[in-house]
Design a protein around this ligand. Structure first.
Ligand code: HEC
Ligand code: HEC
Length: 444
């Protein structure tokens, strides 16, 4: 299941192409090049949608309604919005929500901003799409404790709902699990965080930020090293990292079956976070000050720590306050309302020309070349010439392959016997993608 998921995430990526923004400290401009960073943090002009679930006003309206519908839960009292509250950045203001069994859930309710650009979902990235994610909380015993079959029957016998499903899904007018998931996903893709003062600065207004806030941004992209993971306008690289929080939750490791990914969690967006304290997958940090102190002083040293975490961050009290001042500029002054952005269907498929190559590089967490041509019977050689641990995964007709932890210096060889199209991705950095085209072997 996990494997399937990842191929989908890989395919999705082809369209999303997270611009390769920042590639290591070496080519980071010094000391602070405003034009460079303005280009990197510029907002997009549309929301991506998958071609098999286009956004229509009817579908989005239905999804919004379902998001608030307590009939999806077992006791008829819990809706998605019980935990994902609009005024709290679609989170719930507490460290961990109390589940149906009266015990705190294992993880904090994540805010839901800007997930249209997401490559994997949940703190540990275990769901490959918003559509796939949507059914999990309904049936989760501790979250909504619902029964999908019953919920669908209840919706189908409502006087209004079947009409709304028909309007949303004219091709397939029925109250089905698939349509329920698609409507919820389409609604969630409209949750685009609105512009803030930081965006005014990005657009060229030098006075939009106070000097201390700008100093904080300069630290964020400079010596504090935050931009290694919180990059691009959403402030996430979509990868999973161990940032040295104490705690026993193993996160990504068990999902992949790769202990090198233990304690790794998905880099969250930093947009509108003023409204969604407390922070981290376990809600263990209460304020931005605590977060900054964590990165500066409290990182638990262990072998799984992300290679993207600076070895040592020295920050004075003034610098810490400046970083916090900057983080505040990514939230609005009032509870945020979603921005309106037109939706555009993504075209899937590799955007680079396939070439013949003997070895694939993984430097700066990028497969290079990004698309290759092979003949059936040949083997693909992937060299980890990067500083990070990777986890190569392949999916396609008649082939699936999962490497163990691929440490720097390790090479993975994968033979392809069958012609076809294969996606290769990294389970720890889902934005890495290699497209492999295997043609029929030449007759000897
Ligand atoms: C009882 C509280 C609760 C309810 C109800 C709930 N969620 Fe969540 N939601 C959570 C928690 C906790 C997580 C994180 C779980 C994890 O990562 O393991 C989560 C994760 C998510 C994510 C992943 C976000 C990300 O950044 O990867 C999405 C999307 C989501 N929920 C949507 C929904 C939808 C849609 C519904 C209704 C069908 C719903 N949730 C109902 C608590 C809840
Ligand atoms: C190695 C990658 C990496 C670096 C470098 C990094 N972060 Fe993070 N950040 C993450 C990950 C991953 C999480 C979620 C961790 C978790 O919940 O276990 C996170 C969480 C956060 C959160 C909490 C967001 C929320 O909603 O819970 C904030 C705020 C934050 N980081 C700010 C910063 C700042 C400021 C810096 C620089 C001092 C920084 N980060 C450096 C990866 C990184």
């Amino acid at each position: 299941m996990v494997r399937e998921g990842f191929a989908r995430a890989g395919r999705l990526l082809a369209g999303l192409v997270l611009a390769s923004l920042v590639s290591g400290a070496a080519d980071r401009p010094a000391p602070f090049d405003a034009a460079h960073w303005r280009a990197i943090f510029a907002r997009p002009d549309h929301t991506p949608t998958p071609p098999d679930n286009p956004a229509t006003p009817e579908k989005i309206a239905l999804g919004a309604k379902l998001f608030d519908d307590t009939r999806l839960s077992g006791d008829g009292m819990t809706a998605c919005s019980t935990c994902h509250q609009a005024d709290l950045s679609f989170s719930d203001g507490i460290d961990r929500h109390v589940g149906h069994d009266g015990q705190a859930l294992d993880r904090r309710t994540p805010p839901l901003w800007n997930l249209a650009w997401g490559l994997s979902f949940f703190w540990d990235g275990r769901a490959p799409s918003l559509e796939a994610q949507a059914m999990a909380p309904i049936e989760n015993e501790r979250e909504m404790a619902g029964n999908l079959r019953t919920a669908l029957q209840v919706l189908a016998s409502d006087p209004q709902m079947p009409k709304e499903f028909s309007a949303a899904f004219p091709e397939d007018p029925a109250v089905t699990q698939d349509n329920l998931a698609k409507a919820l996903a389409a609604f969630q893709r409209t949750l685009v965080s609105p512009e803030t003062r930081f965006d005014r600065w990005v657009k060229g207004d030098d006075n939009a930020l106070e000097p201390d806030e700008l100093a904080g941004f300069s630290l964020f992209v400079g010596k504090a090293g935050c931009v290694a993971c919180h990059q691009g306008w959403r402030f996430t690289d979509e990868a999973l990292h161990d940032i040295g929080l104490p705690g026993t939750d193993k996160g990504r490791g068990p999902v992949l079956g790769v202990p090198a990914a233990d304690h790794a969690f998905k880099t969250p967006s930093l947009r509108e976070r003023v409204w969604s304290a407390p922070y981290m997958h376990d809600g263990s940090l209460t304020t931005f000050e605590d977060v900054v102190d964590h990165y500066a002083d409290r990182i638990v040293k262990r072998p799984t720590l992300s290679a993207d975490l600076p070895k040592q961050i020295e920050l004075s009290a003034t610098e810490r306050a400046q970083l916090v001042a900057f983080l505040n500029t990514l939230s609005g002054d009032d509870p945020p309302r979603p921005a309106r952005l037109p939706a555009k269907a993504m075209t899937w498929g590799a955007s680079v020309d396939a070439v013949v190559a003997s070895t694939i590089s993984q430097k700066d967490r990028r497969f290079s070349p990004g698309a290759i041509l092979m003949k059936a019977g040949e083997a693909l050689r992937i060299l980890n010439d990067d500083t990070r641990v990777h986890n190569v995964r392949v999916d396609g007709p008649a082939k699936s392959f999962i490497s163990d932890a691929q440490n720097p210096g390790d090479t993975v060889n994968i033979g392809f016997d069958q012609p076809g199209q294969y996606d290769v991705i990294c389970g720890i950095h889902p934005d890495m993608r290699l497209s492999v085209t295997v043609s029929t072997a030449r007759a000897r």
